[in-house]
Design a protein around this ligand. Structure first.
Ligand code: ADP
Ligand code: MG
Length: 356
């Protein structure tokens, strides 16, 4: 049986204090804490002195932790398990309890919250992507079955079905492109080709690209006057990436606008930054959703995001557009954000560095 006197326990705890996510405790045969370091104190939200003499369950409020300790105590053998500890039990730990001399136990906690979070993100990602793939695939299957079925449709109907299949395929292709784009920016694989850009030119190019799409929905595009000292201001950005981010914002500004609404494109200077803005008179975004819309696959209203407007805009309602915008902004060392009032409209922005 391993033995650990208080002094070596202290040295051990000092060592562990340097190891992130590792916590060590000593408890006696009644599961009362006899030694605890800073890690344990922090986890229990008390001082290390306050912990001494408390029972495990009183200190951490976890039945799971308590029962692993009891198992080790009763069996005289090491025992392992998992427990959720910390405020609201939000942190995940593996628990290893090793009996030492005189019925005392060493309780070692190793935090695995990050691992758990990564696992959850991956599960959500697969669930989301399956959902996004299933919808167009289901309609392609249905249309193809109808086309090849016994009661052959007339030539016009067949042509319409074929067009619909084409649109769904475009939608799938765009989804795949967006996913690749996201993973490339996230992994840092695609290097930015940063150039010195005239903000007026960036906005003018954007207006040109979004113009035809907006016109088809009877939405005006207006370019706001730039900063007064425009001569001197230059953005430092990858023109293709920045253009992609702003186009995503402009697409949304058209898609979520009201009939005969307006899209306003502009820019301004901030300390060290150029802020490009895309404003609309659309449905706006409820406060509760504003912090989440930049997440992958997040949509305020799933049914509305995939409406008739998509046909004009060519797919693109997987909820990836804003995630790409944020990643592009951050890859530049900038950021992206929104200010919005429900029923009035939204202003999205992308900040990128500028020349001194
Ligand atoms: N200009 C806007 N006005 C209102 N809501 C918007 C606007 N832009 C984005 N949103 C909301 O944010 C969500 C995420 O946007 P995005 O990532 O571009 O996905 P998508 O456009 O594919 O749905 C949209 O589904 C929509 O609910
Ligand atoms: Mg979008």
């Amino acid at each position: 049986m391993l033995s650990l006197d208080p002094r070596s326990a202290e040295a051990f705890e000092a060592l562990l204090a340097r190891t992130v996510g590792f916590v060590l405790l000593l408890v006696d045969e009644r599961l009362r804490i006899t030694r605890a370091g800073a890690g344990a104190a922090h986890l229990a939200d008390r001082t290390a002195e306050e912990l001494i003499g408390l029972s495990l369950i009183a200190a951490f409020g976890s039945a799971a932790l308590d029962s692993v300790a009891r198992e080790a105590l009763g069996g005289d053998e090491p025992a392992s398990g998992e427990a959720q500890l910390g405020a609201l039990g939000r942190r995940h730990f593996t628990v290893d309890v090793v009996p030492i001399a005189a019925g005392n136990l060493v309780v070692a906690l190793h935090e695995i919250s990050t691992l758990r979070r990564v696992e959850r993100v991956r599960r959500d990602f697969i669930a989301n992507i399956s959902h996004e793939l299933r919808t167009p695939l289901a309609s392609i299957k249905l249309l193809a079955e109808t086309l090849s079925g016994g009661a052959a449709p007339d030539a016009d109907t067949a042509a319409t079905f074929a067009e619909q299949i084409g649109r769904e395929v475009d939608h799938l292709a765009q989804l795949v492109d967006e996913l690749l784009e996201l993973s490339m920016i996230e992994s840092g694989e695609s290097k930015l080709a940063v150039e010195t850009l005239d903000p007026d030119m960036v906005v003018a190019t954007l207006a040109e690209r979004i113009g035809p799409v907006a016109a088809r929905r009877h939405i005006d595009v207006r370019v706001l006057p730039g900063a007064a000292d425009a001569e001197a201001v230059r953005a430092l950005a990858d023109p293709a990436r920045l253009g992609q981010a702003l186009l995503n914002l402009a697409h949304n500004a058209v898609k979520y606008n009201r009939v005969e609404g307006e899209v306003r494109l502009g820019w301004q200077t901030l300390p060290g930054l150029v802020r490009f803005t895309v404003a609309d008179d659309g449905i706006g975004i409820p406060d509760a959703h504003q912090s989440r819309i930049f997440e992958r696959f997040y949509k305020v209203d799933r049914s509305r995001a995939r409406g008739e407007a998509d046909e004009l805009l060519g797919g693109g309602s997987a909820g990836l557009g804003l995630a790409i915008v944020r990643h592009i902004a951050e890859a530049h060392g900038g950021s992206a954000g929104v200010e919005s009032t429900e029923g009035i409209g939204s202003t999205f922005w992308v900040d990128v560095p500028r020349t001194a």
